[in-house]
Design a protein around this ligand. Structure first.
Ligand code: PLP
Length: 405
C-alpha cells in the first residue's frame, strides 16, 4: 500500500515538488487546485472565552491578520520546508524581515557583529537606527577565518552577513563562520536574498536564522514587496509576536502572499536559467578589453570560487563589474544599455543594471564605501531570463559605445 504524502516512510521529495505542493491538499475544502486568498483582516471567535483563550495561546485559531493569515501560513510552512528550518514568518518587505528580527532579539547594550559589506538599507538600519537605540554594530572581515573569534565580546548577540554580499559579491564560508559563532553562544543570521534556498541553504550549514528580501528571486516577477525569516519555532514566535505584531507591524498582504506562492513554484527552473545566463555573461565580460574586474563566483579565478562551489548548487544571477576608466565610463556604459533596464531591485525576469554608489549604497558616506569595499566604479547587473545571446549583444554594443566619439 502506498504511504500517505506526509508519512516519514516516504522518500523525501525534490525541491521543486515541495515548492509546488508542500502543505496544501487540493482535495480539501472546495477542491480548489490553487490555495485560496484569505482577505479577512479579522477572525470570528465562537465565544468571548474562545477569543480570550486564543489571545492567551490556549486555543487554536486565527485572531487578526497582522499576527497570522491562512494564505500566509501556507507560504510560511512552504518557506520553512524549502530553507530547512522549523518555522517561518513572512513580512511586508525584506527590510521588514530584518527590522522585525533585530528589534525583537536585541536590547540596548547588545552588539551585532557583521561583515564589511551590507545592502545599503541594512547598513542604514544598523548604523542610523539600531545604534540610536543603544545597540552597537561592529564590522568584521569574515573572509579572514580567524578574525571573528578575536572580535566576540560578552555583549555580542548576533552575527549577520550576506553571501554573496550586495553589491561586491564577497563569498563568506557559512559553515566555518556559523561554527565559530555557535562556539560562543551567538546566533548566526544569513541574508540569503542573492541565492534563494534553491541554490543555498544556510540553516543546513549551521546558521540559526535566514532572512530574505522575497521581493527578489522568491517572487521573481518584480510585482510584489515581501520578506521572510526562517529559523527555530521559538525564534520565529518571538519575531512574529514581538517584532512584527508589536514593533514594526510589517505584515504581508494575503494577495502578495498568493503571488509569492505562485513565484515559488518556478523558483528552481528560474534559478537554473539565471545561473546559465550569468555564467555566459560573466565569462564574456571577463575577456573584454574594456573591463577591469568581474566579480562572479562562477569564474574559476574569482575570489570565493572554492567556497561557492562547496556551499552553492549554482552561482546565481548577480554580477558586479568595474570598467577601465572608473565611474564616468561606467555611467556611460549604463546609459548605453538597451535591453538591461536601468533600475534597482534584482531577481526579476527582466535584466536590470544599477550604480550602487549613487543608488542602492548611497546610504553609506563615500568614506564608508571606501572602507567597506564598494568602489565608485562598481556596476551591478541582475541577469534576467531573456535569451542570453540578446543580453550579450546588448553588453557588447554598450561597451563599444563608451569609446565612440
Ligand atoms: N537584503 C538584500 C541583500 C537586498 O538586496 C535587499 C533589497 O534590495 C533587502 C535585503 C531589502 O529588501 P526589500 O527591498 O524587500 O525591503
Amino acid at each position: 500500500m502506498e504511504s500517505p504524502p506526509n508519512s516519514p516512510d516516504r522518500k523525501p521529495q525534490g525541491f521543486t515538488t515541495r515548492a509546488i505542493h508542500h502543505g496544501y491538499d487540493p482535495y480539501a475544502g472546495f477542491g480548489s487546485l490553487i490555495p485560496p486568498i484569505h482577505v479577512s483582516s479579522t477572525y470570528a471567535f465562537r465565544s468571548a472565552e474562545d477569543g480570550g483563550q486564543r489571545f492567551a495561546g490556549e486555543a487554536p485559531g486565527y485572531i487578526y491578520s497582522r499576527l497570522a493569515n491562512p494564505t500566509n501560513s501556507l507560504l510560511e510552512a512552504r518557506m520553512a520546508e524549502l530553507e530547512g528550518g522549523e518555522a517561518a514568518v513572512v513580512t511586508g518587505s525584506g527590510m521588514g524581515a530584518i527590522g522585525s528580527l533585530m528589534w525583537s532579539m536585541l536590547s540596548p547594550g547588545d552588539e551585532i557583529l557583521t561583515d564589511m559589506t551590507l545592502y545599503g538599507c541594512t547598513f542604514a538600519l544598523f548604523h542610523h537606527a539600531m545604534e540610536k537605540f543603544g545597540v552597537q554594530v561592529r564590522h568584521v572581515d569574515l573572509l579572514d577565518g580567524d578574525a571573528l573569534a578575536g572580535q566576540i565580546s560578552p555583549v555580542t548577540k548576533l552575527l549577520f552577513f550576506e553571501t554573496p554580499a550586495n553589491p561586491n559579491m564577497r563569498v563568506i564560508d557559512i559553515e566555518a563562520v556559523a561554527r565559530a559563532a555557535r562556539g560562543h553562544g551567538i546566533k548566526t543570521v544569513v541574508d540569503n536574498t542573492y541565492m534563494s534556498p534553491y541554490l543555498q541553504r544556510p540553516i543546513e550549514l549551521g546558521a540559526d536564522l535566514v532572512v530574505h528580501s522575497a521581493t527578489k528571486y522568491l517572487g521573481g516577477h518584480g510585482d510584489l514587496l515581501a520578506g521572510v525569516v526562517v529559523g527555530s519555532a521559538e525564534d520565529i514566535e518571538t519575531i512574529r509576536y514581538r517584532g512584527v505584531k508589536n514593533m514594526t507591524g510589517s505584515c504581508l498582504s494575503a494577495f502578495d502572499g498568493h503571488l509569492l506562492l505562485r513565484g515559488l513554484k518556478t523558483l528552481g527552473i528560474r534559478m537554473e536559467l539565471h545561473s546559465d545566463n550569468a555564467q555566459v555573461l560573466a565569462e564574456f565580460l571577463a575577456c573584454h578589453p574594456a573591463v577591469q574586474h568581474v566579480y562572479y563566483p562562477g569564474l574559476p579565478g574569482a575570489p570565493g570560487h572554492a567556497v561557492a562551489k562547496r556551499q552553492m548548487r549554482r552561482f546565481g544571477g548577480m554580477i558586479a563589474l568595474e570598467l577601465k576608466g572608473g565611474m564616468q565610463i561606467g555611467l556611460r556604459f549604463i546609459n548605453s544599455l538597451k535591453l538591461f533596464t536601468r533600475a534597482v531591485s534584482l531577481g526579476d525576469c527582466e535584466s536590470l543594471v544599477q550604480h550602487p554608489t549613487s543608488m542602492t549604497h548611497s546610504t553609506y558616506t563615500s568614506d564608508e564605501r571606501r572602507r567597506h569595499g564598494i568602489t565608485d566604479g562598481t556596476i551591478r547587473l541582475s541577469v534576467g531570463l531573456e535569451d542570453v545571446e540578446d543580453l550579450k549583444e546588448d553588453l557588447e554594443a554598450a561597451l563599444d559605445a563608451i569609446y565612440a566619439d
